[in-house]
Design a protein around this ligand. Structure first.
Ligand code: 4AD
Ligand code: MG
Length: 463
């Protein structure tokens, strides 16, 4: 008999159906004449309850083997459940235990574990309710993102992980070295030179696929990337990772207005899709993690985002009846506390801040006529702060050259980027969404390390 997934059984199956399931035991509760076993296969928040009747052939040995963490295959018939809170349960007729789990040493106990503790057992934490729900929502988010762009005719382009450029110009780069251990006759006296570069040229792990996405947009008009990005940012915060995933749409023949519109439609679409795909998981987050999760989702879907300029933002922050740790002054970058004040306390919804001072933004952003600001936009979200960063790009060759030089970069290194302005240049715009920040925002999880399966952050590299 084909194995069925527990999500599908709990949603659709009817009493009297014969089914086979495969999964891991969450708990086993032994009563006088039978044993209740809760089985989870990762497809659903709830477990399927299985009843092992004392009359089963191998009942006594089974009881020894069926402990929390064991892997099992169970066949039987579905029956109406007399228990509260569940529609059906499985009356087992055949049970196979693939691998046991010693209850003395299995790290996941029935009690609630802290997320800090779960991070120390990254290889097992996906078997818990919360982390399981996070990764299902993460998956639904990714699927919704692709659906959004594909339905609008955007081409998914694969930009390189290893690059020669520092897109953000912030110097937060991991460098790539090209030693080949096979070719190095290592003796105990010899050491490897880890400072060698990539086959004779400097190379880095990408901080953003934007510049390459711009190349592709100049042929396909609307493109997007969805891939890993890296920042050698030694910041131990609940919002930063050294390796995170970014979604970067880039659109030719588009200005800042079109960019803002896309960002807003995009977030609305993704929230609505995930609510539809994972209602139980979202309900769970609302009950157990943060009781504003569902309200926030409705707020995103139904309310227009606020739009203000950086200059207005500074004015609002100066007027705020709140003491900030960092100074507020025209020309200084907004800190996370400022961003959160605007989105959380003042507007209580996402805020798009535009037109930042030229000095604090990257070289590629389009200079405005005032020559003091650039056509930048950051989307600030309640609880998170910056979730999206983007801009209209500088499409004018001479101005771009000057901006590159002003930032102390060498225009020759970006000759190909400049040529895009020499041949068929066009106004264009795009943005980058931090995927983990989105998942955090959606689930209410407080630490970004708990929304990515294998977090890379200072001092956390286990695998
Ligand atoms: O604002 P950022 O640095 O913008 C760019 O990289 C542009 N090239 C994007 C573009 O226009 N195509 O990063 C974009 C987003 C941020 O808003 C934030 O959500 C996320 O990426 N992000 C991080 N997420 C987790 N950990 C980090 N260290 C992050 N740094 C940025
Ligand atoms: Mg940014």
């Amino acid at each position: 008999m084909a194995t069925r997934r527990i999500a599908e059984i709990l949603r659709n199956a009817q009493p009297q159906e014969q089914v086979t399931i495969k999964g891991w035991v969450r708990t086993a509760r032994e009563l006088k004449e039978f044993t209740f076993v809760e089985v989870n296969d990762g497809s659903f928040l709830a477990n399927l309850q299985v009843v092992l009747d004392g009359s089963l052939a191998n009942y006594d040995t089974l009881l020894q083997e069926i402990t929390t963490g064991a892997s099992v295959e169970i066949s039987g018939v579905l029956v109406e459940s007399p228990a509260k809170g569940q529609r059906i349960e499985l009356k087992a007729s055949e049970v196979r235990v693939y691998g046991g789990a010693d209850p003395e040493t299995y790290p996941l106990q029935k009690k609630r574990h802290s997320f800090e503790f779960l991070r120390t057992i990254g290889h097992l934490r996906s078997r818990t309710n919360t982390i399981g729900a996070v990764f299902r929502v993460r998956n639904a988010c990714a699927a919704a993102i692709h659906q959004f762009f594909q339905e609008r005719g955007f081409l998914w382009v694969h930009t390189p992980i290893i690059t020669a450029n520092d897109c953000e110009g912030a110097g937060e780069l991991f460098s790539v070295t090209s030693f080949n251990l096979k070719n190095i006759p290592l003796t105990p006296q010899q050491t490897v030179d880890y400072t060698q570069d990539f086959f004779g040229k400097p190379a880095y792990l990408t901080v953003s696929g934007q510049l390459e996405a711009e190349i592709m947009a100049m042929a396909f008009r609307d493109v997007y990337t969805f891939g890993p990005t890296f920042r050698a940012e030694n910041s131990n915060t609940s919002r930063h990772l050294a390796e995170f995933w970014m979604i970067e749409p880039e659109m030719a023949f588009c200005d800042l207005e079109g960019n803002m519109q896309l960002a807003e439609e995009f977030l609305k679409f993704v929230f609505a899709s995930v609510l539809e795909a994972c209602p139980e998981d979202m309900e769970f987050f609302n009950q157990r993690i943060n009781n504003t999760v569902l309200e926030t989702a409705q707020n995103i879907i139904h309310n227009q985002f606020e739009r203000i300029t950086y200059t207005e933002a500074i004015r609002l922050l100066e007027k705020a009846d709140k003491k900030f740790e960092y100074p507020v002054n025209w020309g200084l970058d907004l800190q996370s506390e400022h961003e959160r004040y605007l989105a959380e306390d003042l507007f209580k919804k996402p805020v798009i801040v535009t037109d930042y001072p030229v000095e604090i933004k990257a070289f590629y952003m389009r200079l405005s006529d005032d020559e003091k600001t650039v056509r930048a936009m950051d989307v600030l979200a309640p609880n998170i702060g910056e979730i999206i960063g983007g801009s209209q790009r500088e499409e004018r060759l001479e101005i771009l050259e000057k901006r590159i030089q002003a930032q102390g970069m060498n225009p020759e290194d970006l000759w190909w980027y400049l040529e895009l302005r020499r041949y068929g240049t066009v106004p264009h715009a795009g943005f980058g969404l931090g995927f983990e920040r989105l998942v955090q925002f959606m689930t209410g999880m407080s630490n970004i390390r708990d929304v990515i399966p294998f977090p890379r952050a200072p001092l956390t590299i286990e695998f």
